[in-house]
Ligand binder design. Structure first.
Ligand SMILES: [Zn+2]
Length: 172
């Protein structure tokens, strides 16, 4: 009885724990370990980002580290109102007389918010040289690729991509 219980139990535990973990592991692998980590009041987007910060903190050549610096890669912009075709007026449903367009409020144009890119780190070295860094744990997406080009076009700074491979930090 006992022997068979001992034999059965480990199997049961293994099976049930595997089942319980499976959905979480799938999610993590899909997001390439993009599990948020909180440490010293900073929320890191991934374990790799957190580890690279710890690495930077120990680098003697590093003077200052700015975590998650933001850059306005697209300025707020205006578009011609689509509802009134840029006239600012629409006929009133009740009287037929022109009234201010309800979408642009008679302004003829609408303002859109532009876009902000948040890098992982801005590093200033002792010699004054600055770098903007993005730590990548998985393949680069089309959205990231476009953000990178917008950032570089706007700032004239080449974005540095860092990857963690075989326990080493690789610069692309
Ligand atoms: Zn309008």
């Amino acid at each position: 009885m006992r022997k068979s219980d001992e034999l059965r139990n480990p199997q049961k535990i293994t099976r049930s724990s595997k089942r319980a973990r499976a959905p979480r592991q799938q999610k993590r692998s899909r997001n390439f370990n993009n599990k948020k980590i909180e440490h010293n009041g900073i929320t890191y987007d991934s374990q790799t980002e957190f580890l690279y910060h710890q690495y930077l903190l120990k680098e003697p050549a590093v003077k200052t580290i700015e975590v998650q610096p933001t850059y306005q890669i697209i300025e707020p912009y205006k578009v011609v109102c689509k509802r009134c075709a840029g006239t600012g007026k629409l006929p009133s449903k009740k009287t037929g007389n022109p009234i201010n367009c309800s979408l642009c409020r008679g302004k003829t144009k609408r303002e859109k918010g532009g876009a902000i890119y948040t890098a992982d780190f801005k590093v200033t070295y002792i010699d004054g040289y600055e770098e903007v860094i993005d730590v990548k744990g998985g393949p680069v997406t089309d959205v990231f690729s476009l953000r990178r080009r917008l950032f570089e076009a706007k700032t004239g700074i080449e974005l540095i991509i860092i990857r963690h491979k075989n326990n080493e930090w690789i610069r692309e």
